[in-house]
Design a protein around this ligand. Structure first.
Ligand code: FAD
Length: 385
């Protein structure tokens, strides 16, 4: 059989995982090409620690090349066009053909789609933004902290709440908590809804215990930076001294322009195989939409992109070489929830149910869950994923 070329778009969680396992399982006559615009990969969960000075940028990022077996051809370039009919992608002006395509380009952060909000609001969803917030937090002398969720979906649904918990801890340590308030405003009716009512109630209890305000069903409308006031569609007006917002997410333009997205704005895939409706084209991770029986979609999180990447690698190996047994992705997810004081909570469960919500409980914060996350970070940055 002539060698096939598998092209993987995106060297984030999903792309790295797919490439690593393909390199392990796919016979050597086949090529594996990974295209990523950034020369290095940063471990996103550690951005939360970086904001408080507990990590430096260099400690949470690694050259992409160091994380992958030498067999994977890494092309550092921007994907400009995906030609599904012609079976090729255009990168930095040249064309690369594929037999199989894996799209793992993640979600783009659409700062401009929240007019006026950024850069007045700080963010922590990208390295540069997190560094900027770190400086603001270090200089903060106490006051009203507002964490705003202006749009859904957004990746890692617990992250804004982890930010609130870590701020609570940090301000306590600096003796500033007494003269500070911390509040989360979101357009959602409740946090972590896709994970089910147990997870939601567990998180709400933790917020309450720490005196962190939570205002659901607040759809952001406008900002008055001079007055430091946010207004909401329900008429509420909220003052802030430090404003942190989650940028709206959308599928990358190159994915939308290729016609891979549907009316929901994301790439529909088979939930078990991650195949798209286009022959020999797979998509996984944050760029996809996978509806659940409850009406919610599978959350956007690295744990899902990782599990999906393994399944795609397994199935491509079977499809191309006839080796191994094809797998079916089962929607398993797990998450550490940082709460400060060297502790974290933990949630896990299978999101693919026949009907109803998954059974997911938020385990009480403990030292070992925090150390579990530290260990996970270390392993990931050594390429053990
Ligand atoms: C602060 C924070 C904390 C988080 N914590 C957790 C956590 O604890 N647990 C968890 O499960 N998830 C967490 N996540 C979410 C997790 O990081 C994402 O869900 C995960 O990275 C998705 O993987 P992906 O492969 O789909 O996309 P990504 O990892 O975002 O990878 C997409 C890649 O595509 C590249 N790319 C995009 N467009 C182009 C282009 N045109 N050309 C070339 N390259 C391109 C990007 O540079 C990027 O490297 C967190 C996220 C943040 C921001």
């Amino acid at each position: 059989m002539a060698g096939k070329t598998v092209v993987i778009l995106g060297g984030g969680v999903g792309g790295l995982t797919t490439a690593k396992y393909l390199a392990r399982w796919l016979p050597s006559e086949h090529r594996i090409v990974l295209i990523e615009r950034n020369p290095r990969h940063c471990f996103a969960p550690s951005l939360l620690w970086l904001v408080f000075g507990w990590r430096r940028p260099d400690a949470i990022c690694r050259p992409l090349r160091d994380l992958l077996p030498s067999r994977v051809e890494v092309v550092q370039a921007t994907v400009e066009r995906i030609d599904l009919k012609g079976g090729s992608v255009r990168v930095d002006g040249r064309s690369i053909g594929y037999d199989y395509l894996v799209v793992s380009l993640g979600a783009s952060l659409a700062y401009d789609s929240a007019p006026g909000l950024f850069p007045t609001a700080y963010s922590f969803y990208e390295l540069e933004q997190a560094v900027r917030l770190q400086e603001a937090v270090a200089q903060f002398k106490g006051g009203k902290v507002v964490i705003l969720i202006p749009a859904v979906p957004y990746k890692c649904p617990p992250a804004p709440y982890e930010m609130a918990f870590l701020l609570d801890y940090y301000l306590h340590k600096k003796g500033l908590r007494g003269r500070s308030s911390i509040s989360v405003y979101t357009l959602e009716p409740a946090p972590l809804q896709a994970a089910g009512p147990n997870a939601t109630q567990g998180l709400l209890a933790l917020l309450k215990e720490r005196g962190i305000g939570f205002s659901p069903q607040h759809r952001w409308k406008a900002i008055e930076p001079q007055k430091r006031v946010l207004t909401f569609e329900n008429g509420a007006a909220v003052e802030y001294d430090l404003l942190i917002a989650i940028p709206p997410h959308q599928a990358p333009a190159v994915v939308r322009e290729a016609g891979l997205t549907d009316q929901r704005g994301w790439v529909p895939v088979d939930k078990g195989t991650l195949r798209t409706s286009h022959p020999q084209v797979y998509a996984l991770g944050d760029v996809t939409v996978i509806p659940l029986p409850t009406g919610f979609a599978l959350p956007k999180a690295g744990v899902f992109a990782h599990g999906q990447g393994k399944v795609v690698a397994r199935n491509l190996t079977a499809e191309i070489s006839g080796r191994g047994i094809p797998g079916v992705y089962n929607g398993f997810g797990a998450c550490f929830l940082e709460v400060g004081h060297g502790r974290a909570g933990f949630m896990s469960g299978v999101f693919y149910t026949q009907e109803g919500f998954p059974t997911i409980h938020l385990r009480q914060p403990a030292l070992w869950w925090h150390w579990g996350k530290v260990l996970f970070e270390r392993r990931w940055l050594r390429g053990n994923f």
